[in-house]
Each structure stands twice: as C-alpha cells, then as structure tokens.
Design a protein around this ligand. Structure first.
Ligand code: ZN
Length: 414
C-alpha cells in the first residue's frame, strides 16, 4: 500500500478531500467531544464563514449548522470499516466487475481500498452537520480552514435549497456529484475572492495513474470546470438552475456545451435479450468517463479519450450462474466513425493486456473470454468465464442487435 499512502499525501496537499457523505451514514454519529479550545475556535470561524457565504452565494441558511469534531480513527472505523461491512455485497460485486473490466488487478481488495479511502477524509457534511477530522484539520492555517468551511457549508445550503434526484447508475451518480462538488469548489473560490484572498488552482492534467482515484476525483476535477463554465455564462442563477435540470451523464459534465444545448443520451435496452438460467446480479450505465478510464488505464490517454467521446448511451448487465459469470455491455455511439474508433481502441486494449485473439474480435484472457460485436453505431461486448461460442448460440444476440434501440423522447425533467 506504499503507493496509496504516497498518493494520499499528494492529494491532501494539492486538493482538499471533502466528502459529502450519503444518507446511510445518518445512523453513525460520534459521541460529542467536549467543547475545548479547538472546538470553540473552529466554531467561531465557522460562524464567520456562514455570514460571508450568505452574501457571496445569495442563499440563506434556513436552519442552524452544527459542528462535530472527530478523530481519524473514528472516521476509519465508522465511515470506513463499518460502512464497507454494511455494503459488503455491493462492494464485492463491484470488485468482480472492476476486475472483469481490467480496472484493478486480480489481487486487489476493493474493500481494503474503500476503508483506506475513508482515511483521506478531512471534512464532511451530513445534512446540516459539518464534521472535521481533528488529526488533519489544523486551525492554524485560517485561510485553508475558511475555504474548507465555505465548501462544506455550500453542501449544507444544497441540502436546504435543492432536491437530490433519484440515482440508479454510476454515470448519473458521477454527474450529480460533479454538480454539487463543482458548485462547492466554485463557491469556496468566490468566498475567498470576497475576502481578497486569491487561490491558485492547478489545472488537473489529462493523465492519470490510478483508475480508482481518477473515478473518485471525477466530480472534483470535472465538476469544477463544468459549474464554472455555467457560472461564467449565467452567474449564480444559472448555477441554481442546474438543480432544476440536473445533468445525468458524465458526458454532460465533460462537455458542458452538450448540456447547454440540451443534448441527451439514449436509454439502451438489453431486456429483449434472453439469458436463461443466469441470475441477473447488477445493471449499470457506466458512461463516457468510465469507458475512458478503462481504456486509459492500459492504452495512451489521448487515444482513450478520443475513443470514449461520441458516447450516447450504454447498458451493462452482469449475470452469475454458480461460480461462472457473464456480462453483456451494449454501447451506442453518435456515428459509425465513433463506433469504429472505439472498436480500434478496444483492440489495442486487448493486445495491451496480452489477450489471445482466437478469431476476429474474440479474445481469451486469463480468467475470461471476451467478444466484441459491432453493428453500425453500436457495439456489444460479451464476456464470460466460459467459452462464448456455445453461449452465443444460446443467447439471442443477433436478434437483439437488429432490435431498434429505445429512444428517450424527452427527459422527464427536460
Ligand atoms: Zn464536497
């Protein structure tokens, strides 16, 4: 875990890890730590930031904001280990899928990484409560403290004024997080400007080394740029309006112009494909950014980025039968050129991973067989622990590929 530890300091140094924790954490609350000097000083600063932030962001606090001080051990135990235990089945399935998609090596434990990640939390917000982790959160750097409080308080304002949409898939979760994190980063930046303190944000580079960190930090890196673009064009009213028409895909975050011109992705149907005798374990929409990360983990970033662009929808279904597994992943592209580009990049990915090409677009990997099928604007990837030849006949693949895709006529909030 040497690398992770190194990354942790890098991240804490260059980017503030501020997590908006999910509602499931409501039940886990710390014992109230005594109101010592540290607490009193932090609370006074928090109150001062509240006052300034109302002027900057133009939204009122409709309730009191509580401050809680916790230790890193407490965070690791409650938001790390206990939370991971509670969701251990989901984490296990996620780990299996990540391995099948070549994101993490065979010997990686996602559970361990999730617990480790909880140890990176510097501050967090749950509803109207702000948590600070005493071990990292030093009050001596007043500007840093103000910036973090401004960020966390923006999350409190979000919960007071805006409604979180129902979220089913990875792609829309990343898009929603990009909106709230981008808003919080921008608001904190504007608050610091208001104090005549300018922040020098480094632009994130286009390369990445660790796919999980790239996925994890997406809302911060891309969300900031997305919300900033809207703010520059339309001010805070424009930012507030984002909550009335929430972006639902990473594509809208990565290409704000697409969001602006009300571009929308297509819902992809996979249900017409019969997979008898297999249990459906997970249904996902991964989206453009996730596809980019899968490719970019093993092939040059520029090629990966270009290949993922042009995405207009996908649907991933993961099945199990005993110890065997199977996934189907249907991806739709804007034009044939885009699907060609993806096919080419996928071939590169397979050879980078030393896949043995048994026939065209059909590979044998150490633990799975994988087949890519392309038909004009769309691609279907099928992978299983068992040989696909027989399986393909069982599945009504060709039938499905000729079925029309179900187009979204209107987004329900559009
Ligand atoms: Zn945040």
């Amino acid at each position: 875990m040497k690398d992770l530890r190194k990354n942790r300091f890098l991240i804490i140094g260059s980017l503030i890890i501020i997590i908006l924790l999910t509602i499931s954490l409501f039940t886990i609350k710390p014992h109230q730590i005594e109101r010592d000097e540290y607490f009193i000083k932090a609370k006074a600063l928090l109150n001062d930031v509240i006052e300034g932030l109302v002027k900057v962001r133009g939204l009122a606090f409709t309730n009191t904001v509580d401050l809680r001080v916790v230790s890193i051990e407490w965070v690791k135990e409650n938001w790390g280990r206990r939370l991971v235990e509670e969701t251990s089945r989901e984490v296990m399935i996620e780990e299996e899928i990540y391995k099948l998609l070549f994101l993490i090596p065979e010997n990686t434990s996602l559970k361990k990484i999730r617990i480790e990640q909880s140890g990176w939390i510097l501050a967090a917000t749950i509803g109207h409560e702000i948590y600070i982790v005493r071990d990292y959160f030093e009050l001596t750097d007043e500007f840093k403290v103000r910036e973090i409080f401004a960020h966390e308080l923006t999350h409190v304002l979000q919960s007071m004024h805006f409604k979180q949409p129902e979220i089913k898939f990875h792609d829309e979760k990343q898009a929603w997080n990009s909106l709230i994190e981008g808003d919080a980063i921008l608001t904190a930046e504007m608050y610091m400007k208001f104090l005549n303190f300018s922040l020098s944000f480094k632009n994130s580079s286009k390369s990445f080394k660790d796919p999980l960190i790239e996925i994890w930090l997406f809302p911060y890196n891309y969300g900031k740029k997305f919300v900033k673009k809207v703010f520059e064009d339309q001010g805070w009213i424009g930012v507030n309006n984002l909550y009335l028409r929430v972006p639902k895909s990473t594509t809208e975050i990565m290409h704000p112009d697409k969001y602006m011109r009300a571009w929308r992705f297509n819902e992809i149907d996979l249900d017409s494909m019969k997979v008898e005798g297999w249990d459906r374990v997970k249904v996902e929409r991964f989206g453009e950014h996730f596809i980019f990360v899968i490719l970019g983990t093993h092939i040059p970033i520029e090629i990966a980025m270009k290949a993922a662009e042009g995405w207009i929808g996908d649907k991933f279904i993961y099945y199990k039968k005993g110890s065997d597994y199977l996934f189907l992943w249907r991806i739709l592209w804007e034009c044939e050129n885009d699907s060609d580009e993806f096919e080419e990049a996928f071939n590169r990915l397979m050879s980078a991973l030393n896949g043995i090409e048994l026939s065209q677009n059909y590979w044998k990997m150490p633990k799975q067989y994988i087949y890519l099928m392309k038909k004009s604007f769309e691609v279907l990837i099928i992978s299983s622990s068992i040989e696909l030849k027989g399986l393909l006949n069982e599945l009504s693949i060709h039938e499905m590929m000729s079925n029309p895709i179900i187009f979204n006529t209107l987004r329900e909030d559009g």
